[in-house]
Design a protein around this ligand. Structure first.
Ligand code: MN
Length: 239
């Protein structure tokens, strides 16, 4: 355990980043937000970047704490985009850390799961991608990492379950976790080669096909079988 700080600060430091917990009023402190780039064949194909699972490896990007948002919120349509898109994803919540974790031990790091929305300024992402530039401004914008209340399932590896998303009641994404190219074990093992994973790290495991734009005034509802549900309301852009 890290000792409580005895520093004085120039201004009040922010509350720790956290997410809600199912069946509890205690919040779960969050460390880092990791995202898998392409983890469903049909989504990779719709983005024009098919994955060859025999040769390709997963890749990752991150978001900062300012992106984190509880399910159920209403937020303004973001600035600097005219193509804000939904990506419905399973989020793995790590309850323990580790580096170079073998896939067969990866379950030991799992605390539980949540539903996640990896909201994306797609116009900025495609422009960056096509120019070989970083994705940060496309992906890591305010309120773009929506997370539902966490369901504790220590040590449990989710391998299947329906994952779906609706916009104003109309189905946009409808798939199954079994369609993930790299499963939860493989992702934890792979990411732990790159980072020393920590308690409170969140891993968004990628989105199935059917991503698309949302407009101000629209409501997003998503669910994952056995995990929970998530929603986001987009209001008019702020002045
Ligand atoms: Mn995503």
């Amino acid at each position: 355990m890290q000792k409580m700080s005895s520093f004085r600060y120039v201004w009040a430091p922010p509350e720790p980043a956290s997410v809600a917990v199912q069946g509890s009023d205690a919040r779960l402190p969050v460390q880092r937000l990791f995202f898998v780039g392409r983890n469903y064949l049909a989504h990779a194909a719709e983005m024009g970047r098919p994955v060859d699972a025999t040769r390709d490896r997963p890749f990752y990007f991150t978001k900062s704490h300012s992106a984190l948002l509880d399910s159920g919120a209403s937020v303004p349509y973001p600035r600097a985009t005219s193509n804000y898109q939904h990506e419905m994803e399973l989020v793995v919540v790590l309850g323990a850390g580790g580096a170079d974790v073998p896939a067969q031990s990866a379950h030991e790091l799992i605390h539980g799961y949540a539903c996640g929305l990896d909201m994306t300024r797609r116009d900025l992402q495609l422009a960056a991608r096509d120019q070989g530039k970083p994705w940060d401004t496309a992906k890591d914008c305010e309120h773009s990492a929506v997370v539902s209340a966490v369901l504790a399932m220590p040590g449990k590896v989710l391998e299947r379950g329906r994952i779906e998303l609706r916009v104003d009641g109309q189905t946009r994404q409808d798939s199954d976790l079994s369609n993930m190219i790299w499963g939860v074990r493989e992702l934890i093992a792979d990411l732990s080669r790159l980072y020393h994973l920590r308690q409170g790290d969140l891993l968004f495991t990628g989105t199935p096909e059917g991503v698309g734009a949302v407009r101000a005034g629209q409501r997003i509802d998503g669910s994952i079988e056995g995990v929970g549900s998530i929603s986001l309301q987009l209001s008019e852009p702020s002045a």
